[in-house]
Design a protein around this ligand. Structure first.
Ligand code: ZN
Length: 519
């Protein structure tokens, strides 16, 4: 790593590296658990993970870290004042991020961490059962507990530490949001989600009033091995370097970074829904491309991660939707796909295929939602969870509030809680404040894309030719390389010159769907 020779900061880099190696070792065990662990090994694996994660936590929260942080900050201030540059800038960014991680960890008393982790385990188990039986009342006491722990956690942290809304009162929900989207406040999100909701609803109504595209050919029998082969071809074609990563299968697709040259993606295949595996793969590849293009100088440090959940999600959604659901993309890939599945796609041409993979309409389940309705599913969750956290909505009244909000958004009746408030795992894990990342990802993605297409005017031609190097280069240089060195809002402003805005996303969807559905 490129930094000035200073024994204090050298020691801090070393401590941080040891912590990162311990947590990467735990990540290998997690990856293994999701992809190939024998069923009877699950319990022992949980114990192995607890030991490794405990050691990583100790590395971060030990008194030595706190003392060194103080000393290094003082050294830097004496040497450079308020505006460090070059190697000192790097050291300053490192200290800021490590200090953030350190403070957030040490502010939580060990008893609280242990008790809340145990309660989360019980809560998740109760949620699985409650969802299976569609019985919210069995989960309600656990949700109550998760909310109590979440409020308490925010209180220990002192609410939103880095909110950019000067003068705005910080809320417990701000504190929780800050874990996923550093510096972003509830009010800031609300101001953007409000108008977004209105225009998306309007668009969805227009789509619902138009004739539906035929997508029956995407639900025939597609051989799983042929799907696997196509996915490998696609992954290689997208530019994923398999010397630096792997593709495997898991029940829930995910991406995990095990080292600078080791980023793993997974997908899953469904016999009668080949696009599910394909779009999951493209989505996860988008996450992987981010991790694979980090500046090598950040290697094995706390800076070597995506800047926030929302920015990370902007990269996966950019690849999955903006690129992967575009006509130009399939101009490049449809011939290869059709040659593997010529029977199922007999008589299907590119325009019909393009319409089918972009079919939209109201749906009950978030994870199956299309590009237009997806963000509405998120806005519903954001509006409910902030009221749950503030106490403005009781757990008891939550299912009715969910169903009413759902009816208002989509004009659909929720048939049962399993297809309603119980469908997502997040609240059962106490992850309040996570949901907005998904919709923020959509918004960031189009803000970045607008700039990217202005900088690379022949982008459609490149996509149609399956040439992605220039796009990877642009995203890598402008977004990925920084890791955590900037805050999300700083990165956005640096790349686009703008603050968070829903307009590019709305304009993109309105144009695309007016053409697709001919209104
Ligand atoms: Zn994702």
């Amino acid at each position: 790593m490129n930094h000035p020779p200073n024994p204090n900061i050298e020691r801090l880099f070393a401590l941080d590296r040891e912590r990162m190696y311990l947590s990467k070792a735990a990540a290998v065990l997690h990856w293994d658990e999701e992809t190939c662990l024998p069923p009877l090994a699950v319990e022992e694996r949980a114990e192995q993970l607890a030991v490794l994660e405990g050691l990583a936590h100790e590395k971060l929260t030990g008194p030595e870290t706190g003392e060194l942080l103080d000393r290094c900050r003082e050294d830097l201030r004496v040497r450079c004042g308020e505006s460090p540059s070059g190697n000192d800038r790097f050291a300053a960014d490192f200290l800021r991020v490590l200090e953030r991680d350190y403070r957030r960890a040490v502010k939580l008393p060990p008893d609280f961490v242990r008790d809340s982790a145990r309660a989360e385990g019980l809560s998740q188990a109760a949620w699985i059962k409650a969802r299976k039986n569609s019985d919210f009342s069995a989960f309600a006491p656990h949700l109550e507990k998760m909310l109590t722990y979440a409020r308490k956690r925010a209180e220990y942290w002192g609410f939103g530490s880095g909110s950019r809304n000067a003068g705005a009162a910080s809320t417990a929900y701000d504190g929780l949001l800050d874990s996923f989207e550093p510096g972003m406040g509830e009010a800031e999100i609300d101001a953007v989600f409000g108008p977004l909701k209105e225009r998306l609803q309007k668009l969805l109504r227009k789509i619902a009033a138009s004739p539906k595209p035929d997508d029956g050919f995407l639900h025939l029998d597609y051989d799983l091995n042929s799907q696997r082969e196509f996915s490998r071809e696609l992954l290689d074609g997208l530019g994923f370097d398999r010397r630096r990563g792997r593709l495997d299968e898991s029940a829930h697709p995910f991406t995990t970074t095990l080292g600078y040259n080791d980023v793993r993606v997974t997908t899953r295949y469904a016999q009668n829904d080949p696009m599910s595996g394909i779009f999951s793969l493209i989505h996860e590849s988008g996450h992987a491309f981010y991790e694979l293009a980090l500046d090598p100088a950040l290697k094995a440090s706390c800076l070597a991660e995506g800047v926030s959940m929302g920015i990370h999600e902007s990269q996966s959604r950019l690849w999955e939707n903006v690129i992967g659901r575009s006509r130009a993309f399939w101009e490049g890939w449809f011939p290869a796909f059709k040659s593997r599945f010529s029977g199922q796609l007999a008589g299907v041409e590119l325009p019909g295929f393009y319409r089918a993979v972009n079919a939209a309409g109201p749906s009950l389940i978030r994870t199956e939602a299309d590009e237009v309705s997806y963000s509405l599913h998120i806005i519903l969750r954001f509006e409910l969870e902030r009221r749950l956290v503030s106490g403005g909505l009781s757990v008891e009244d939550a299912p009715a509030a969910w169903n009413a909000a759902f009816g208002e958004l989509f004009g659909l009746e929720v048939p049962n809680d399993a297809a309603g408030i119980l469908q997502d795992v997040h609240w059962s894990m106490g992850a309040f404040g996570y949901f907005p990342s998904y919709a923020l990802g959509n918004l960031y993605a189009l803000q970045f894309w607008k700039k990217c297409t202005a900088d690379i005017p022949r982008i459609e031609t490149l996509l149609a030719r399956r040439e992605y190097a220039e796009i990877h280069g642009w995203l890598g240089e402008k977004i990925h390389a920084f890791g955590r060195r900037l805050l999300p809002a700083e990165l956005l402003e640096r790349v686009t010159g703008e603050t968070l805005s829903a307009l590019p996303f709305l304009e993109y969807l309105e144009t695309k769907y007016a053409e697709l559905y001919e209104f």
